[in-house]
Design a protein around this ligand. Structure first.
Ligand code: SF4
Length: 343
C-alpha cells in the first residue's frame, strides 16, 4: 500500500491536525481517477458551529471528500483543511476508520431533542459506501439506541439498500431521509452533478423508502439562478416529488463562497457563458443572494406544494439542505408576487 504523498516541504514544512492525519492515511484503492484513503479518526460526531440558525446540533460525515463532484459543492473547503485542493475533494476520498466504535462512545454527549444530521459535507451514500459500508455501520449503531433524532441527506439511490435498517431505527427514534434533487432534467443534472445518480433514480429512491415505511422527502438545493429557478422547472420537480410520495420538499438558493466559486465560475464560463456576468454581479460582494430571492422562492414552493398536495410532514427534519445551507423561514414570507425569481 502506498501513502498519500506529502506536499513539497518547502511549501508546507509542517502538517498539523487533520492535515497530518490525512497525510498518514493509507491508499486503499484507485479507479476512475479516484483514490481512496483511510483516515485515522478521533471523533465522528461533530457539534455544528454556525452563526446561522440550523435545524440540527450534531453532524456526522462518514467520508471526507465526495466523488459526486457537484459543480456548486460548498463542502470543498473540507479538503483545504488537509492542505489539498478544491479538485482533490472529488478525487481523493478519505474513509473514516472505526466510525461505529467512536459513535458508540460519543452518543453520550447528545441531549434529548438534539438532532444529528448525517451527510452535511459529503454524501454518505457515494460510491465508496458500496465497498466500505461506513454509513451502514453507523446506522447499525444507531439501531441500538433510543430517543434519537436523525436526518440523512443524500443524492444516491444506494440509500434504499438500508431501508430495512432505517425502519428498524425508526421503531425507537425519529429519522427522516432527504434526497437532494436540483432538477428533473437528466442532461442538466449530468453536467451539474457529474457522478451522482440520475434524478429519476433519486426520485425512485424517495418512492421506495416511503413505500417501505421510511419517511423521505426532497431537498431542492441549491437552486441556481437562471439555470434551475424557472417556476415551470421547479413545478416539474415538485410534481415529480409528489408522484414519488415525498413527505416534504424544500428549496434553498445557491450560496457561493470562495472555495466553491473557484470550481463553479469556470464551469459557468464553459457551460453557461451568458450567465457569467450576472453571477459575478450577484456573488462578487456577498456569498448569499439578497433575502428577497429566498422569500420569493419560498413563496413559490408554498404554492407548488399546495397545488401538488405535499404537506411537508416532518417539517423540522425536512429543513435541511445538502450541504448545509441557510434555511428560509416561511413564517416570514413577504408578499412578493413576481412570476420570475430573478433578482
Ligand atoms: S454537493 Fe453533496 S453530493 Fe455533491 S459533491 Fe458536494 S457533498 Fe457530494
Amino acid at each position: 500500500m502506498s501513502t498519500l504523498p506529502l506536499l513539497p516541504p518547502n511549501e508546507k514544512p509542517k502538517l498539523i491536525g487533520i492535515a497530518r492525519l490525512a497525510a498518514q492515511g493509507e491508499s486503499i484503492r484507485e479507479g476512475h481517477n479516484i483514490e481512496y484513503f483511510t483516515l485515522p479518526t478521533r471523533s465522528l460526531l461533530n457539534r455544528v458551529v454556525s452563526n446561522r440558525s440550523l435545524p440540527f446540533t450534531w453532524a456526522i460525515n462518514p467520508y471526507r471528500g465526495c466523488e459526486f463532484a457537484c459543480k456548486y459543492c460548498y463542502a470543498r473547503y473540507t479538503h483545504e483543511f488537509m492542505e489539498m485542493t478544491d479538485l482533490d475533494f472529488e478525487r481523493k476520498i478519505f474513509v473514516k476508520q472505526h466510525a461505529a466504535d467512536l459513535l458508540r462512545h460519543e452518543l453520550k454527549k447528545v441531549k434529548r431533542g438534539e438532532e444529528i444530521a448525517i451527510g452535511t459535507a459529503t454524501d454518505p451514500y457515494q460510491p465508496a459506501e458500496r465497498r466500505y459500508e461506513i454509513t451502514r455501520a453507523i446506522l447499525e449503531e444507531f439501531a441500538r439506541h433510543r430517543g434519537l433524532e436523525l436526518g440523512i441527506v443524500t443524492k444516491s439511490n444506494l440509500v434504499v439498500r438500508d431501508a430495512a435498517l432505517l425502519r428498524e431505527i425508526g421503531q425507537h427514534n425519529r429519522r427522516f431521509v432527504n434526497v437532494t434533487i436540483t432538477t428533473v432534467s437528466p442532461d442538466l443534472a449530468r453536467i451539474l452533478e457529474p457522478r451522482a445518480p440520475r434524478p429519476d433514480l433519486r426520485l425512485d429512491a424517495v418512492r421506495q423508502l416511503n413505500l417501505a415505511g421510511v419517511d423521505a422527502g426532497v431537498i431542492c438545493a441549491p437552486v441556481l439562478p437562471g439555470i434551475t429557478d424557472a417556476p415551470s422547472d421547479l413545478e416539474a420537480l415538485v410534481q415529480a416529488a409528489a408522484n414519488a410520495r415525498a413527505k416534504a420538499i424544500f428549496a434553498n438558493p445557491l450560496f457561493l463562497k470562495p472555495c466553491s466559486a473557484s470550481v463553479f465560475l469556470p464551469f459557468l464560463e464553459k457551460e453557461f457563458p451568458h450567465l457569467v456576468a450576472s453571477y459575478r454581479e450577484r456573488y462578487e460582494q456577498h456569498a448569499f443572494l439578497p433575502p428577497e430571492y429566498g422569500k420569493r422562492l419560498s413563496q413559490l414552493m408554498v404554492r407548488l406544494r399546495a397545488k401538488h398536495g405535499i404537506r411537508n410532514e416532518y417539517d423540522r427534519y425536512a429543513r435541511r439542505a445538502h450541504p448545509v445551507t441557510a434555511s428560509v423561514d416561511e413564517e416570514q414570507l413577504s408578499l412578493f408576487q413576481r412570476s420570475s425569481l430573478s433578482v
